[in-house]
Design a protein around this ligand. Structure first.
Ligand SMILES: Cc1cc2nc3c(=O)[nH]c(=O)nc-3n(C[C@H](O)[C@H](O)[C@H](O)COP(=O)(O)OP(=O)(O)OC[C@H]3O[C@@H](n4cnc5c(N)ncnc54)[C@H](O)[C@@H]3O)c2cc1C
Length: 371
């Protein structure tokens, strides 16, 4: 669909072609619902930035966000199987487990998700993480947490699965404005990469524009939290588990790279680029966890913007405009939550009732819960 006057049924407009946009478009297409993805800039999506940890327990999530994360974690193997079957490409899902190193047993006991992990003493920590710095005397192993290679595999596989399932893409197209009449969604005004403006009519859409979501709907309390990252080339097998330290984590990929993240810069706004301070923070973090790793050769450095909200949990479901569903604000757990978000939005957009345990959580993720 390219113009306002089509007589065919209008596809669901997916406003943003990042991780959520692709995951949702794919689920809609699997249910036989036509979707058009409007994507301003593929490369700026946090989906291409993230470390890909699937870590509701290692992150120490609490309450309904923890429950949402656990539901998504359980959904991920079948979700990935669908994407791999549709695309013919691997997604890089790995069950490496995650170790959280802590200073002592008291810190371990106080960890919000301690009940879900295996308690480790120093000796056990050394077995799990050879070379771990000596200040870490206790730890928690979350064997059920894992990772997916979002940067090199998942995003590409999702794009390919969408194309194979007939999702329509408009790349380089920015949504400038949401059109509404009496509180009902009517379509969007767009501008393409050559500066041409157009109107796309539609009666249903999903707002999944990541950290930029509030630029389209200023009522939404979504703001960017910048993260800088780097990768290191490791001696093969040097790191088996993910290390999730305070402020820094190391994620070993299958190909011998270790992804190191991430700064959490709430005052940076949308300022692009690496900073010396950000890179120094990462180096200090590496040294405090795994001193030998400071000598592993750096390969790549990059940055991106997490879509954050005041309680660091997403905005899901109905929003202030009828016909416009929300799937934004996933902050630092969007890769983890993509599977359950896509299922939920797929249900809501197709008029299917979400499963009971998911439905019960929905009030905690309403867009207006902060009022
Ligand atoms: C440094 C870092 C590390 C992370 N690590 C992890 C992790 O280990 N585990 C985890 O679960 N999560 C992690 N995350 C979080 C995860 O990446 C995000 O929560 C997730 O990618 C959000 O997906 P999204 O689709 O909402 O946003 P994005 O993936 O950012 O996509 C948004 C898209 O919308 C497009 N867009 C914006 N405005 C418009 C417009 N007006 N018109 C058209 N298109 C528009 C943008 O171009 C962009 O492509 C990390 C994030 C960062 C930055």
């Amino acid at each position: 669909m390219t113009a306002a006057s089509s007589s065919a049924p209008e596809p669901v407009l997916i406003l943003g072609g990042g991780l959520m946009g692709l995951a949702i478009a794919h689920q809609l297409a699997r249910r036989g619902i036509a979707a058009t993805v409007l994507s301003r800039r593929r490369s700026e999506a946090a989906g291409f930035v993230a470390a890909g940890m699937l870590a509701p327990h290692a992150e120490g999530l609490r309450g309904d966000l923890l429950r949402l994360g656990q539901l998504s974690l359980a959904r991920i193997p079948s979700w990935v199987a669908q994407i791999e079957a549709d695309s013919g490409l691997p997604c890089g899902l790995r069950s490496t487990g995650i170790v959280v190193p802590l200073r002592n047993a008291e810190e371990r006991q106080a960890y919000p998700t301690a009940a879900f992990g295996e308690a480790l003493n120093r000796q056990q920590l050394e077995q799990e993480l050879p070379g771990l710095a000596p200040q870490w005397q206790a730890g928690l192993l979350f064997a059920q947490d894992g990772q997916i290679d979002n940067r090199r595999q998942l995003m590409r596989a999702l794009e390919s699965a969408c194309v194979d399932r007939g999702v329509h893409f408009q790349e380089g197209v920015e949504v400038l404005e949401l059109l509404q009449d009496n509180g009902r969604f009517q379509g969007v005004r767009t501008r393409d990469s050559e500066g041409r403006e157009a109107t796309l009519q539609g009666c249903s859409a999903v707002l999944c524009s990541g950290a930029w979501s509030a630029q389209l709907l200023p009522e939404l309390p979504v703001f960017p939290v910048k993260g800088q990252m780097l990768s290191l080339q490791t001696p093969r097998g040097a790191l088996r588990r993910i290390i999730f330290g305070p402020g820094t984590y190391l994620v070993p990929r299958e190909d011998g790279l270790v992804v190191v993240g991430a700064t959490s810069e709430r005052d940076a706004g949308f300022s692009e680029g690496l900073t010396p301070q950000g890179q120094t923070t990462l180096h200090h973090g590496i040294q405090s966890l795994l001193p030998d790793a400071i000598n592993w050769p750096p390969m790549e450095r990059w940055w991106g913007f997490r879509p954050c909200t005041p309680d660091e949990a997403p905005l899901l479901g109905d929003g202030p405009i009828a016909g416009l569903l929300l799937a934004c604000g996933h902050h630092r757990n969007g890769v983890l939550l993509a599977a359950i978000t896509a299922e939920l939005i797929g249900d809501l957009a197709s008029g299917t009732s979400p499963r009971n345990d998911l439905m019960a959580l929905l009030p905690s993720f309403r867009w207006d819960r902060f009022r």
